[in-house]
Ligand binder design. Structure first.
Ligand code: AMP
Ligand code: MN
Ligand code: MN
Ligand code: MN
Length: 277
């Protein structure tokens, strides 16, 4: 069976390895079909494609777009897209544009919470100046010994309601799905089990997404707990979505689940890649 991994990050967003190194890491861990899906960025795709080819791995051009839906941040993955599509490139540029100011504000809020120098400290972890992420702050706070792990920083400082959380308005669902489809791609709701929606709100999100042309939801992802795999497999089937799978890899050792340990999709779903090759 093919090992298909359709959700990964490089240092072009909040991962730590350059795109070519992620390709090598994924291949060594047994991945056969691989997508790079950096947050709000496609500038790593060309290098990733070349590296994947060199590794003998099939490559899928991807992105993970931040959107705001019902006042919550949701992530929409785009797959099999043309990363040079002008409307996509422009839309992503606009989506990234508020990140630096948000980062400065996170820095101010953390300072008020007794942690000075976080903006500059986080910046040390940023490789792409247009993509400062909360993850970079989390790494800095771990470095400072404020917390002992990245997830702990999110729990205590960077999640909604916590002292370093700063509200931000991202793209709309309609825009993100439109950019992806306009670039010839397939839209996928990333890690649906991670959002704080009621089952009814989740249903509305799925219906709207479907109406806009969305194709799939992630079922097996490093951002789901194992009990969420069968749950979202059934939801994919009842809403008529294809199923996607990916580690959501960010860094060796920082992973929620490493490449080797991500289970296959449950047998009752149709994989999003069913007609790709
Ligand atoms: P941002 O786009 O800057 O708001 O950052 C979002 C990123 O933070 C996600 O893509 C994850 O990589 C990371 N993240 C969010 N919540 C958590 C968490 N609870 N534990 C670890 N990483 C998280
Ligand atoms: Mn991330
Ligand atoms: Mn995500
Ligand atoms: Mn991700």
């Amino acid at each position: 069976m093919l090992n298909v991994d359709l959700h990964c990050h490089s240092n072009v967003s909040d991962g730590v390895l350059p795109p070519a190194a992620v390709a090598e890491y994924a291949r060594k861990a047994g991945v056969d079909v691989w997508a790079l899906t950096d947050h709000d960025e496609v500038s790593g795709v060309a290098t990733a494609r070349a590296a994947a080819q060199l590794q003998g791995m099939r490559f899928v051009a991807g992105v993970e777009i931040s959107i705001t839906w019902a006042n919550e941040t949701v992530h929409i993955v785009g797959l099999q897209l043309d990363e040079n599509n002008p409307a996509l490139v422009k839309g992503l540029e606009d989506t990234r544009s508020g990140r630096d100011n948000r980062g400065r504000e996170i820095g101010r809020q953390l300072e008020l919470a007794g942690i000075p120098g976080a903006y500059e400290g986080a910046l040390n972890y940023v490789d792409n100046p247009s993509l400062m992420s909360r993850t970079h702050f989390a790494r800095f706070l771990v470095e400072q010994g404020v917390c002992s792990s990245v997830p702990e920083v999110f729990r205590k400082y960077l999640a909604p309601g916590k002292p370093g959380y700063v509200e931000h308005r991202w793209a709309s669902l309609q825009d993100a799905v439109g950019w992806i489809i306009g670039a010839g791609g397939i839209a996928v709701i990333a890690h649906p089990g991670r959002y704080k929606f009621t089952p009814m709100q989740e249903g509305v999100l799925f219906d709207e997404f479907k109406q806009l042309g969305g194709t799939a939801i992630e079922v097996v992802t490093g951002s789901h707990t194992p009990d969420q795999y069968p749950k979202y497999a059934n939801l994919a089937n009842s809403y008529g979505f294809l199923a996607s799978r990916g580690t959501d890899f960010h860094a060796p050792g920082e992973a929620r689940v490493d490449f080797r340990f991500l289970p296959p999709l449950p047998g009752n779903v149709t994989p999003v890649w069913h007609d790709w090759f």
